[in-house]
Design a protein around this ligand. Structure first.
Ligand code: PBG
Length: 337
């Protein structure tokens, strides 16, 4: 074997990498990273009522949907080839415990069964957290010291059971409580739901990129912030520990969130674990591209493709993104405007 670096043929002017860039066909066959519509998960915000399609101001093109409207939307995304959704709910009433989160006729429980009766083939993932449902806006219940980890676990377990009962395929605990994956796995199994999967928000950073979501879901903490439970974004070794623990507790799928500012975390997770890896291109990442696109400062469609390609290249098996529909269209029709 000729060592690559010392071979005279391996260098310019003999070797020219532009050879494979000169036509669309060449570029295409040597493309290392390919996006596919089945990589995408579309998040939805579901609200009570009828005929509601309430625009979410900081997330142009996204809406809070009542269930009837949501079903129309689901029909549209499935026609585009998208196979999976992730549901977030807006409750009628908020209280200290976030009771609607685990009520059998809560908004999400209704949405899950409506979607499943509409089309049983759609993969339904659900957010398991309290922040949209509590009057104080934290992801767990409070005691004098702040968010009470272990008391919150019981409620997260109840939420997971209620989603499984309504027909969810995968529950996604996002509260960042210690032990949430293990607790949920146990209560699901004890209740006979051993086929329901868990997507663990393993490495979820404390992030300014969740801002638009909190407006969409009405889930900002009234007092304080989430730094006592969400991770310090600079800690990649701690991210790996979060993942290790979630794997040990029974996670089926690992989620890294946010995505763009955490590409190294995605890549390290992919190289260190054998579970599927999902990344969440969050609301603030969506808002940035939308704002720049709307101003004509970037070509929005190609920026979407480039962004999603980076998430895939870093190691994401699944990409949760509000751009799912736009991207599915681009993948079908190409970019030309
Ligand atoms: C919390 C939750 C959040 C998001 C998903 N689940 C917000 C938060 O932690 O404050 C953010 C998603 C996004 O920004 O798109 N349950």
């Amino acid at each position: 074997m000729v060592p690559m670096t010392s071979s005279s043929n391996a260098n310019f002017p003999y070797m020219r990498l532009r050879r494979f860039r000169k036509s669309a066909g060449l570029r295409d066959i040597f493309s290392e990273t390919r996006l596919h519509v089945s990589d995408l998960v579309m998040p939805f915000f579901v609200t009570h009522g009828q005929g509601i399609r309430q625009p979410i101001v900081p997330m142009p093109g996204q809406f809070q949907f009542s269930i009837d409207q949501l079903l129309q939307e689901v029909t549209e995304i499935t026609a585009l080839g998208i196979r999976a959704v992730l549901l977030f709910g807006l409750p009628q009433v908020k209280d200290q415990q976030g009771s609607e989160a685990f009520s059998s006729d809560g908004i999400i429980q209704q949405a899950i069964s409506a979607i499943k009766s509409h089309d049983p083939e759609i993969v339904v993932m659900t957010d398991v957290c309290l922040c949209e449902y509590t009057d104080h806006g934290h992801c767990g219940v409070l005691n004098d010291a702040g968010v009470d980890n272990d008391a919150t676990l019981d409620l997260l377990g109840e939420i997971a059971i209620s989603h499984a009962t309504a027909g969810a395929d995968i529950v996604a605990p996002s509260a960042m409580m210690d032990g949430q994956v293990g607790t949920i796995r146990k209560v699901l199994d004890d209740a006979g739901y051993n086929q329901v999967g868990i997507m663990a928000y393993a490495a979820k950073a404390y992030s300014s990129f969740y801002g638009p979501f909190r407006e969409a879901a009405g889930s900002s903490p009234k007092q304080g912030d989430r730094q006592a439970y969400q991770m310090n974004g600079g800690n990649i070794r701690e991210s790996m520990r979060e993942i290790e623990l979630d794997v040990a507790e029974g996670a089926d799928l690992i989620l890294i969130k946010p995505a763009l500012a955490y590409l190294d975390v995605i890549s390290k997770a992919k190289n260190s674990f054998t579970l599927p890896i999902a990344s969440y291109n969050v609301s603030g990442e969506y808002a940035m591209l939308k704002a720049a696109g709307a101003n004509g400062w970037i070509n929005e469609k190609s920026a979407i493709v480039e962004t999603m390609t980076s998430l895939k290249r870093a190691g994401s098996d699944l990409i949760i993104t509000y751009f799912a529909k736009d991207l599915a269209r681009v993948l079908k029709e190409g970019i030309d405007e």
